[in-house]
Design a protein around this ligand. Structure first.
Ligand SMILES: [Zn+2]
Length: 244
């Protein structure tokens, strides 16, 4: 039985229930629908506290498939958990419907003074709370990777967006280039995205990663995203991490 893989599938079909278990190097537990925390038994030296989010826009499926590969590799023991990790599937009803959002764009709602009501604002509040709790438990060198795919064709299919901050952004662009990102965009004003949230409220290193064009499940070219694997501490697909 494949618990982590099951979690992804059951979460997407709406039948997931709370569970927890062990995996190579640590344990995992669900904190909310679409929110999974993985905690290493012994964090690696210099381990970072990592939030990986996918499906903040429901029709952006490639990142969800990448999350599936990451969980499968962890479960199979191909990689060992070395850092605290919070895995988030963002807009579950939109993922199920295959749409960008249901009522409103979730990726504009991540602010503490959010006043809007409705399913997506409620989800934003839930995710903000989970991220706050996670970084409170694991404050070391916070990193937030918010994975998306773009609506339009782009000259650079894979690029990173650095959220605006008053502080000087810490630069890990060599790592981004190593992950196959072809360009970096710096935002010049606050935009209340999920990655901005972690940057703004938690001083995390945070990126919105655009990983090519929106496609349905199964139609994504994950090989083109092979460079993403090292960011998550995984061997690349061509190095044998392919989970099928
Ligand atoms: Zn998106």
């Amino acid at each position: 039985m494949s618990l982590l893989d099951d979690w992804l599938a059951l979460t997407l079909d709406g039948s997931a229930h709370a569970h927890q278990g062990e995996l190579a190097g640590g344990r995992y537990r669900t904190l909310a629908p679409g929110v999974l925390e993985l905690t290493p038994t012994r964090p690696a030296p210099q381990a970072r506290s990592v939030v990986i989010a996918a499906g903040i826009h429901g029709n952006e499926t490639a990142p969800i498939e990448l999350v599936g590969e990451l969980l499968a590799a962890l479960e199979a023991g191909k990689i060992t958990l070395g850092a605290p990790l919070l895995v988030i599937l963002g807009n579950l009803p939109a993922i199920r419907a295959g749409t960008r959002f249901v009522e409103t764009n979730l990726n504009r709602l991540f602010r503490h003074d959010l006043a809007a009501e409705g399913d997506e604002p409620e989800r934003a509040r839930q995710l903000m709370q989970r991220v706050d709790d996670f970084y409170a438990r694991h404050p070391a060198r916070p990193l937030h990777l918010d994975m998306h795919t773009a609506i339009r064709d782009s000259r650079y299919p894979r690029f990173a967006v650095v959220p605006f901050t008053e502080q000087q952004p810490t630069s890990h662009w060599p790592a981004l280039a190593g992950a196959g990102m072809q360009a970096v965009l710096l935002q010049h004003q606050h935009s209340w995205t999920f990655s901005h949230y972690s940057r703004h409220y938690h001083a995390a290193e945070a990126y919105t990663l655009e990983l090519g064009k929106v496609r349905p499940f199964g139609a994504n070219d994950l090989d083109a995203l092979d460079g993403m694997a090292p960011l998550a501490g995984m061997p690349g697909r061509r190095a044998g991490a392919r989970s099928g």
